[in-house]
Design a protein around this ligand. Structure first.
Ligand SMILES: [Zn+2]
Length: 164
């Protein structure tokens, strides 16, 4: 497992357009950043935020990799890209491009960010086209509740019980 964090202004704008044109889909989510000023914040401080992302993720990457192996979870490829974002929900994934997206602004702590990355990687590893949104979320939540992932998530200070 080798997750590469990247910043893309185009992806930020694309997500913002989707967010404001599909706002209803985001209404029931735990945490959503709507304010487009955050796009500017991340654009200006992208290097700082990318190094924060790395420092939150790289120390736990080997443990997460071991946990995925133990749970027989397989990612579509070993080196995946995770785009960091300023707006929208906590994270999302793209099973066509095999990449994940995670918001790094307005997290309670960096553990919450790393928890979002784990959550989205689980989506990629368990993706099945025929399932609906709720089924996919349940599968991911069930894996997060299992050892050794539950210990990792607790240790990094993410709180998946808050997820709605
Ligand atoms: Zn999810």
């Amino acid at each position: 497992m080798d997750i590469n964090f990247k910043y893309s202004f185009v992806n930020e704008v694309t997500e913002y357009k989707y967010l404001i044109t599909h706002s209803q889909e985001y209404k029931q989510l735990r945490s959503v950043v709507w304010n487009p000023l955050y796009i500017l914040l991340l654009l200006l401080f992208r290097k700082l935020y990318l190094s924060r992302a790395e420092s939150a993720w790289k120390p736990i990457e080997p443990e997460v990799e071991r946990a995925f192996k133990m749970l027989r979870l397989e990612l579509p490829k070993d080196n995946l890209v995770c785009y960091v974002h300023s707006i929208s929900c906590e994270g999302w994934y793209d099973p066509n491009k095999n990449c994940v997206h995670a918001r790094i602004t307005k997290c309670k702590n960096l553990g919450e960010f790393a928890g979002s990355v784990i959550h989205e990687l689980l989506h990629l590893a368990t993706y099945k086209n025929e399932l609906d949104y709720n089924q996919r979320e349940k599968i991911v939540d069930d894996y997060v509740a299992r050892q050794p992932l539950s210990t990792i998530v607790r240790k990094i200070g993410d709180n998946p019980q808050d997820l709605s």
